[in-house]
Design a protein around this ligand. Structure first.
Ligand code: SF4
Length: 326
């Protein structure tokens, strides 16, 4: 690694101090690509009674589902409206990725899944699929389908893992264990499928030490990409009620605390893992609890990069050294 800060090129091949998704995407596609979200009408096993009811305690899909996503519309209609939506916002793209985002998008038979995914891929300009799902909604037949499709187009699977601790997964009613998540990630990545995961920081019952320790656990998984979110309490969820009744159970991050925490976290994160998101961004009208004011995602990324530069640190600087928060 070069010694001059200005010209330092990091292991991921550029000067930004973290392994950024936008750079990875640019390198991978060599062109502008836009994701278009789809709600294909799935549910989740911890909602429909097969593993539980009520869903994850923090979840309200409406808080992140774009307005054009409605399960009553076909996949093609949602893609058409999604492309129009992005064009109106001057988001120019040469091709599109169909993002099966809402709920658990592998929670159906292989035949149903094949029809939905292939409908998306037939839409002009769609060159790939991103499929968000739960670790317990995958099996060898579904993986075989994903493997087959990934030979024809860009395909990524994103697993909601949320926490590396089973005590937390139980508390938030995920309905699966961390070991199931680990297995799903390992099995998917072993087939050469791009494998991603989501994690939430600030879940009740977890100390900041424990959250920091997750950097080491996540670093050992064969993940291509990760999305991190700070816990946001969404109105109307079971967690809002829990928060109202027992606020001392929650240690919600202020923005400054999160900035400090995230710098320490990313220093310990495997530099091979591409970071797609540092924070979540639910619309303010959905939020209860700590608010961060009007900060857009791009502004937050800029502030994190500025802090990394001030501290002259970067993703993976302390990897694989395991250290405590204190
Ligand atoms: S698995 Fe995802 S969509 Fe389903 S209840 Fe949990 S957070 Fe919501």
């Amino acid at each position: 690694m070069s010694l001059t800060i200005k010209n330092r090129i990091y292991p991921w091949g550029h000067e930004r101090r973290f392994n950024s998704y936008s750079s990875y995407f640019r390198k991978h596609f060599g062109t502008r690509v836009q994701k278009v979200s789809i709600d294909a009408g799935f549910t989740c096993p911890n909602r429909d009674g097969s593993k539980g009811t009520g869903g994850c305690t923090y979840c309200n899909n409406d808080a992140f589902n774009p307005s054009y996503c409605m399960p009553e519309k076909t996949v093609s209609m949602q893609i058409e409206e999604g492309i129009t939506f992005h064009k109106k916002r001057y988001r120019k793209a040469d091709s599109y990725l169909a993002y099966f985002q809402a709920y658990s998008n592998t929670y159906a038979s292989v035949e149903v899944l094949r029809n939905l995914y292939e409908e998306a891929l037939r839409y002009p300009g769609v060159t790939g699929l991103i499929i968000g799902t739960r670790p317990d909604c995958i099996d060898s037949d579904k993986l075989a389908l994903l493997k087959e499709l990934s030979g024809k187009c860009y395909l990524a699977v994103e697993y909601g893992i949320e926490s590396c601790y089973n005590k937390t997964l139980r508390r938030i009613n995920r309905g699966h264990t961390f070991e199931q998540a680990e297995k799903a990630v390992i099995d998917t990545a072993a087939l050469g499928i791009n494998t991603g995961a989501h994690f939430i920081f600030g879940l009740p019952g977890e100390s900041r030490d424990e959250m920091l320790e997750e950097a080491g656990i996540i670093s050992r998984l064969p993940l291509k990409t990760v999305k991190f979110h700070q816990l946001q309490i969404i109105k109307g969820t079971p967690m809002e009620l829990e928060f109202i009744n027992n606020p001392s159970d929650f240690q919600l991050f202020t923005f400054d605390e999160y900035l400090d925490f995230f710098i320490r976290f990313i220093e310990r994160l495997n530099p091979d893992i591409v970071v797609e998101r540092f924070t979540g961004e639910a619309p303010p009208r959905f939020l209860a609890g700590t608010l961060w004011g009007k900060k857009r995602t791009d502004q937050i990324v800029a502030l994190i990069e500025k802090r990394l530069e001030e501290l002259d640190t970067w993703q993976g600087r302390l990897f694989p050294i395991k250290t405590s928060f204190n």
